[in-house]
Design a protein around this ligand. Structure first.
Ligand SMILES: [Zn+2]
Length: 468
């Protein structure tokens, strides 16, 4: 259900919306960039000089510290580790490989009893939460405290922005999944401006051949230092800029996330903006981060999370083989995620990179390449971010586009799924695709995986030019 703020926002004029977004931006900024943010950034930067051996030692110490905390203060782990650790001295003797002796945590378990994962020490403290629907459309609420938010922001600053030659005080334009105006609105502005963060927030749902010139006009007006957001949204806009020969200013860099940046996407974005594009991966659960170095390699940050790649029997895969990403987040002590199955598949290499950093390289992230959805006006969107978040009665969801005006939603739901959930889904689709799209619901026990175990969140049956 939309919050009272969402409802007030939707009914306000654009300038009030800009003010509201700026006020929100100010609060957000204080929360993230206050002390000890700068110290954390410095620490992340220093650790980039670590050798593989240093990293191992560092992770071992951090894992012991986290396990002691979880074993003592977090109800779920306390219960599950009963027969694993007799006392905390035993944890001191653990080496990194011993992590394999701990049970894996599935998303479903956290979804079922989120409070069991919250530390006793954090019950009195103010916690923030982040709604995510991740790869499988499974809504999950991740809780964290102010310290964790600063640490995660510092990791992003040190490894993602800094490697791309930009910093958090610079201005940026963001294309993301937040609904800032309904799809039915077909007049610009298709963006809002957050003064506090010098952020131009552009709607991902209005990028169409007819609207491309308006987006370019906004970019040329605000001239943000860099661009961030969904890889495919930036790709669609860049392709239209090239096709229509639109004259756009030159930003310092484009930072993409959320989906795989294909070679075609990269080439098109770089051609449109005449600057470099950097791919990044950071799960919203903040237990895994990878960022692109100057050599074009995606390095995993070992101080954000311990990453394991496992086969279907949960055994480690051989070097260079594809495996399920299981992550242990080292930053979140309020709701620790230990051996958490992210639902993503990847390949990791431990060879040295020419940039000199001895941080493992994410060679391939399988499962982030999704079909796109086309609205009747020709605009394309991926990652139906926001469709399932905050709807706890949905276990998994899959979006199938049958035609330009028909979307079939396949859902695995709990017995509590009700009319209010139906209405929320219908509203979310019309906000994103317009009012002429019909959404039908189909209830299934479970959504099947592909032969490689990949979950297809979005399937499109509309024939078009391949975007790979
Ligand atoms: Zn490198």
């Amino acid at each position: 259900m939309p919050s009272i703020y969402d409802r007030i926002y939707a009914k306000s004029p654009v300038w009030i919306q800009n003010l509201g977004i700026s006020a929100y931006g100010l609060i957000w900024q204080r929360r993230r960039f206050g002390p000890p943010f700068s110290q954390y950034v410095a620490d992340f930067v220093t650790r980039e000089n670590f050798t593989f051996t240093d990293w191992r030692q560092y992770q071992e110490n951090q894992v012991r510290r986290l396990l002691k905390h979880a074993n003592r203060y977090v109800p779920y782990y306390r219960q599950n580790y009963k027969n694993i650790f007799r006392d905390s001295k035993e944890i001191d003797r653990w080496i990194l490989d011993d992590l394999q002796n701990i049970p894996i945590v599935e998303k479903e378990v956290i979804r079922h009893a989120p409070d069991e994962f919250v530390s006793d020490l954090s019950r009195e403290e103010r916690l923030y939460s982040y709604d995510t629907s991740g790869t499988t459309g499974t809504p999950l609420v991740v809780k964290f405290n102010a310290d964790m938010e600063k640490a995660a922001a510092a990791a992003y600053e040190a490894r993602i922005r800094r490697w791309a030659g930009v910093h958090y005080k610079m201005s940026r334009a963001m294309i993301g999944g937040r609904i800032i105006l309904p799809k039915a609105v077909n007049q610009p502005p298709f963006w809002r401006y957050n003064l506090a963060e010098k952020q131009l927030y552009m709607s991902a749902f209005h990028i169409s051949p007819a609207n491309a010139k308006h987006y370019v006009a906004a970019l040329n007006h605000y001239r943000p230092d860099y661009l961030v957001g969904y890889a495919s949204s930036h790709f669609f806009l860049a392709r239209m800029i090239c096709e229509q020969g639109l004259d756009v200013y030159q930003p310092k860099a484009v930072l993409t996330s959320s989906e795989k940046l294909t070679l075609e996407m990269r080439t098109t974005i770089e051609k449109a903006y005449r600057c470099r594009t950097y791919d990044g991966y950071s799960g919203l659960e903040a237990c895994c981060q990878a960022s692109e170095c100057e050599q074009g390699k995606m390095h995993i940050s070992p101080d954000v999370g311990v990453i394991e790649l496992l086969d279907e029997q949960n055994n480690p895969v051989k070097n260079g083989e594809v495996g399920q990403i299981v992550a242990t987040g080292l930053l979140n002590y309020a709701q620790p995620l230990i051996r958490y199955k992210t639902g993503d598949l990847g390949i990791i290499s431990y060879e040295k990179c020419d940039c000199g950093r001895e941080m493992p390289v994410l060679v391939e992230l399988v499962g982030r390449l999704e079909d796109t959805i086309i609205a009747p006006d020709g605009s394309e969107t991926v990652r139906f971010h926001g469709i399932f978040v905050g709807l706890p009665h949905i276990r998994e969801g899959q979006v199938i586009q049958e035609s330009l005006t028909h979307i079939r939603l396949r859902l695995s739901v709990t017995p509590d799924f009700n009319d209010e959930d139906r209405a929320t889904l219908a509203k979310r689709f019309s906000d994103r695709l317009g009012l002429e799209v019909f959404v039908s619901l189909e209830f299934v026990d479970q959504i099947e995986r592909t032969e490689r175990g990949k979950f297809r969140a979005v399937i499109s049956k509309i024939k078009r030019q391949s975007s790979q």
